[in-house]
Write a protein that binds this ligand. Structure first.
Ligand SMILES: [Zn+2]
Length: 383
């Protein structure tokens, strides 16, 4: 068939602008552990196996079985996986996925138990992000005076590049919400006293103290802005404890408008799902705002991923949308996402070509930018 040429993104090495360390997993994974990797719920921990009834895991099973040349059956898949070993699976799946760059949030899982991610991509194509909340929690536990804490936060973040980080990441979206704003001195003092009381009681603190967390975040964002570094925000879907009502990106208005933060590049993660229209709108009106589409997490079926992708590209400038997997712990999420991302971004662009909105060459250039070029620029990757 001499059919019409379609948008072909298969040769593009993706830059995964939002992912996490891979674990080592020296022992083979059993079924329950395997399922628990593909849900944000406690169902699997509680022995209620709903993950196997979600289309994400069915898709992964079928596609991975095809790649490994075994039957699309979980037991066989896990046996095959165990026989190959985790490290060999990782290099095979990374090579097959065509991953040419990684931006890694070192906040989860603990990178000290993980594989060295920088060895998985060419030199200069790796960027580590500092997760802010664990740093704040440690510093709150170490400092009894608020003034001292604020000064030490500024000092810790004064030279992020020098400390080996290409940006920062906040998970306030699933703690106290995205309406991050300045608070009065008394409110911050009270919030700090409550956090310190938690330290005194338990030896540590989980920062759910909004006036204090907002204050520390705004200091950190000002530092990132001075250094013109990217700041990733977890937006929308996330851990079970997210209050999805507070994880709507429209709550970020103060952060997006504050002149002292204008130097930071704000990256809205997870396609803001289910708020992707809101996220795409923000990327279209705020010059320093970018929209990440994570093809791995949320764990969605292709129909929803396709809608998010097409919708985002229909609203946000092409220069502001970036591909990611949000992969963590196992290479399968990185792998499946790279294939899904290329295919679904390709289909969305194909539709734009068919409807006469874009020329074919133009569409392929857009595909490259979304899969790799924009992130390489935003995170300053080489090559
Ligand atoms: Zn993530």
């Amino acid at each position: 068939m001499g059919g019409t040429r379609v948008v072909d993104l298969s040769g593009i090495q993706v830059v995964d602008n939002h992912c996490h360390p891979l674990e080592r997993f020296d022992a083979p994974l059993d079924r329950r552990r395997w399922h628990s990797l593909f849900t944000e719920s406690d169902y699997e921990v509680r022995g209620e196996h709903v993950t196997r009834d979600m289309v994400y895991l069915r898709r992964l099973t079928r596609r991975l079985a095809g790649h490994l040349g075994c039957a699309a059956d979980e037991e066989q898949l896990l046996t095959e996986r165990a026989a190959r070993g985790h490290a060999a699976m990782t290099s095979d799946l990374f090579a097959d996925a065509g991953i040419g760059g990684l931006v890694v949030d070192l906040g989860f899982p603990d990178p000290s138990v993980g594989l060295p991610m920088e060895t998985l991509v060419p030199d200069g194509r790796y960027c580590a992000l500092l997760r802010l909340e664990p740093l704040f929690q440690r510093l709150v536990a170490e400092h009894a005076m608020l003034e001292e804490l604020l000064a030490i936060v500024d000092a810790e973040l004064a030279d992020l590049r020098g400390a080996g980080f290409g940006g920062v990441k906040s998970v306030a979206g699933y703690r106290t919400g995205l309406e991050i704003r300045p608070w009065g001195r008394e409110e911050v003092e009270l919030s700090f006293a409550q956090a310190r009381a938690e330290v005194a009681r338990t030896g540590a603190v989980r920062l759910g103290h909004k006036p204090l967390l907002d204050t520390l975040l705004l200091r950190a964002l000002a530092k990132a802005s001075e250094q013109e570094l990217p700041v990733q925000f977890h937006v929308g879907y996330g851990d079970r404890d997210v209050d999805l009502r507070l994880a709507n990106p429209l709550h970020l208005r103060h952060v997006l408008e504050a002149p002292e933060l204008a130097g930071a590049k704000i990256v809205l993660l997870h396609g803001c799902w289910p708020y992707w229209r809101e996220g795409a709108f923000l990327a279209s009106v705020y010059p320093n705002t970018y929209l990440d589409i994570s093809f791995g997490i949320p764990f969605l079926g292709r129909a929803e991923l396709a809608a998010t992708t097409a919708g985002a590209l229909a609203v946000a400038p092409f220069s502001k949308v970036m591909y990611s997997s949000d992969g963590a712990r196992v290479p399968e999420i990185f792998w499946l996402s790279a294939h899904d991302g290329r295919e679904l971004i390709g289909s969305a662009l194909d539709a734009m070509v068919s409807s006469g909105e874009l020329g074919l060459d133009e569409a392929e250039k857009v595909g490259y930018r979304v899969l790799a070029g924009n992130a390489a620029e935003v995170y300053g990757l080489k090559g």
